[in-house]
Design a protein around this ligand. Structure first.
Ligand code: PLP
Length: 431
């Protein structure tokens, strides 16, 4: 392994000298699997190649955006054409309206959308808007859900669900944490209690409809509908964060799959086709509060960047094709079934959770339905499994608490190869 990744190791030590931790986003450092990162040179379809010339079947897909795989020819062609016109104008382009129209048409609860540059910007702006619209300050989030790194979202629960929040990072003021209430996902009774006590102060509830940042944790039947009913009853804005699930769980997103009508939706990842993008949108009444049509300020030098928008349009047009989501489902189900059988053959009793093309293998035999149950996983076993799979040419997320993403570029043969690698790796882990 050492020799195989020689150049990656060298590049990492160079990177560490000038970039904190050697990476531009923490999870890339492989810390939670006790390793150091593989440096990637190029991608094609479902495959990525590292700087040492090793190739891997990629189940990270740039953390979700690459639902078509790497360098889809139609996306590449559109990008080349766009590049000929220039890279950024800081003035409106027709492309922005085209992408906005595609998004709005896909989401029944969305009348208007504002493009930004990342998922973090989308959630941060949606919360400012919800606060401006309601005139309230408090927000509710769920333990284990990730919405980017804005101060007021880097908060965990205090010692009881109704006590003050605690910052999860130095630099986040306690006074900021005081406005964020964190409750466990999938427990409607606890949320109801929070609303009964402070409902009139709550501006918004923000939720990942299928949390994918504590592994994959599907919502229990009726949970999202219950959330919708409670927020409506108390006049709080329901923000569905579909940065990961948008155009992945279904065309549109998980809100289409589960038939939920949020007030605001956050998007990112897939709608930028692998380039930096984010978006927030929703009902006209709320969105018209955004500057310049309303008083809630939000702006961006590169927002609606022509290249990102072009990659997004090309990607979403492919996702409109007949049978695309069925294909993703078939492939993902094939992988899940194979992994289950491979774990079973090794005598490992593991929990598999999957919603469409997001899949997670939890190294625990107890059911997983919230953050607490997710963290019962044996992360050392996951790390061992991860390293074995990497050595066999399968690039999984370098953390137990992430999803594996299927793409349309993965073939039946790729999936069989992955399952074959898993048979050997699970057996080794069980030894
Ligand atoms: N929301 C969710 C559900 C996410 O998964 C992420 C990132 O993984 C974000 C927000 C933040 O997006 P970004 O990393 O583009 O800022």
């Amino acid at each position: 392994m050492q020799e195989k990744l020689k150049k990656s190791r060298q590049l990492y030590s160079e990177a560490e000298k000038v970039i904190p931790g050697g990476v531009n986003s923490p999870v890339r450092a492989f810390k939670s699997v006790g390793s150091t990162p593989v440096f990637i040179k190029r991608g094609q379809g479902a495959l990525i190649e590292d700087v040492d010339g090793n190739t891997y079947l990629d189940y990270v897909g740039s953390w979700g955006p690459l639902v078509l795989g790497h360098r889809h020819p139609k996306v590449m062609e559109a990008l080349h054409q766009c590049l000929e016109q220039g890279t950024s104008f800081g003035a409106p382009t027709e492309l922005e309206t085209e992408l906005a129209r595609i998004i709005v048409d896909a989401l029944p609860a969305m009348d208007m959308v504002r493009l930004v540059n990342s998922g973090t910007e989308a959630t941060m702006s949606a919360i400012r808007l919800a606060r401006g619209y309601t005139g309230r300050d408090k927000i509710v989030k769920f333990e284990g859900c990730y919405h980017g790194h804005a101060d007021f979202l880097l908060i965990k629960a205090g010692s009881g669900a109704l006590t003050l929040g605690v910052p999860t990072s130095p630099g986040v003021p306690q006074s900021t944490a005081e406005h964020t209430i964190t409750v466990p996902f999938n427990h409607l009774d606890i949320l109801r209690k929070v609303f009964e006590e402070t409902g009139q102060e709550i501006a918004a509830v923000i939720v990942e409809p299928v949390p994918g940042n504590m592994g994959v944790v599907p919502p229990l039947p009726g949970y999202l509908k219950g959330l919708r009913a409670l927020t409506r009853e108390y006049g709080a804005v329901l923000i569905i964060d579909e940065v990961m699930t948008g155009f992945r769980s279904a065309y549109g997103g998980a809100q289409v799959l589960f038939d939920i009508e949020p007030d605001l939706t956050c998007l990112g990842k897939i709608i930028g086709g692998g380039l930096p993008v984010g978006a927030y949108g929703g009902k006209r009444e709320i969105m018209s509060q955004v500057a310049p049509s309303g008083p809630v300020y939000q702006a961006g030098t590169l927002s609606g960047n022509p290249l990102a928008v072009t990659a997004g349009i090309a990607t979403l047009k492919i996702l409109q094709e007949e049978g695309v989501y069925e294909e993703l489902e078939t492939k993902s189900a094939q992988l899940e079934k194979g992994l289950r059988e491979a774990a079973g053959a090794a005598g490992l009793n593991l929990i598999f959770k999957r919603v469409g093309s997001m899949l997670c293998t939890f190294f625990t035999s107890d059911d997983v339905y919230d953050f607490e149950t997710a963290t019962r996983s044996n992360t050392e076993q996951y790390a061992h499994f991860f390293k074995l799979m990497l050595d066999k040419g399968v690039y999984l997320a370098p953390s137990q608490y992430e999803a594996a993403f299927m793409s349309l570029a993965h073939t039946k043969e790729h999936i069989e190869r992955t399952i074959e690698a898993a048979y050997h790796s699970f057996a080794e882990v069980a030894r």
